[in-house]
Design a protein around this ligand. Structure first.
Ligand SMILES: [Zn+2]
Ligand SMILES: [Zn+2]
Ligand SMILES: [Zn+2]
Length: 165
């Protein structure tokens, strides 16, 4: 995680923020350990300004946000069919999301954080054989529109590869 930070910060154009890998590997929607008895204690928030480390917990709840991240850029993770999504409007300024398939869910444009498991028996090969003319370049998932990736998770390895000397 740390090893790519300097390259990402100095690279021009498509940069990989140092919080991105943390975002993609964090488990959201667990109950907050600091607020076990509160009604809105699902950890579905992520801070772009607290670096990890030393950020104590990458995912935090509504109450943690108001206590510790009030002045920070915080994005909210949402769920669609048990998969984590984020609204395009919340990340597009902080992240290059070009090439990633977006979906409209509850009238907001969202994108998936990670690749989703494919239907039974499907792999990259089966995905490519699907009816859609567009497929994710990494996992082969059929896409609705002419994008290159199904999710941020499929785009990031390619970005990191390009940044490595
Ligand atoms: Zn909390
Ligand atoms: Zn913060
Ligand atoms: Zn993919």
């Amino acid at each position: 995680m740390m090893r790519r930070a300097s390259a990402a910060e100095t690279a021009a154009g498509s940069t990989v923020p140092d919080w991105l890998e943390t975002l993609l590997s964090t488990r959201f929607f667990l109950a907050c350990a600091a607020h076990p008895d509160s009604p809105r204690n699902e950890c579905n928030m992520f801070c772009l300004d607290c670096r990890s480390p030393p950020a104590p917990a990458p995912a935090f709840c509504y109450y943690c946000r108001s206590h510790r991240h009030a002045a920070h850029r915080v994005i909210q993770i949402r769920r669609s069919s048990y998969h984590d999504v984020v609204r395009v409007a919340e990340v597009e300024d902080a992240l290059d999301i070009s090439g990633v398939q977006t979906y409209v869910i509850n009238s907001a444009k969202v994108l998936f954080l990670n690749e989703r498991p494919q239907p039974r028996g499907a792999g990259a090969a089966a995905g490519k054989a699907a009816a859609s003319p567009y497929n994710c370049e990494i996992c082969g998932r059929a896409l609705l529109d002419p994008f290159r990736f199904c999710s941020l998770g499929c785009k990031v390895p390619l970005l990191c590869f390009l940044l490595d000397p």
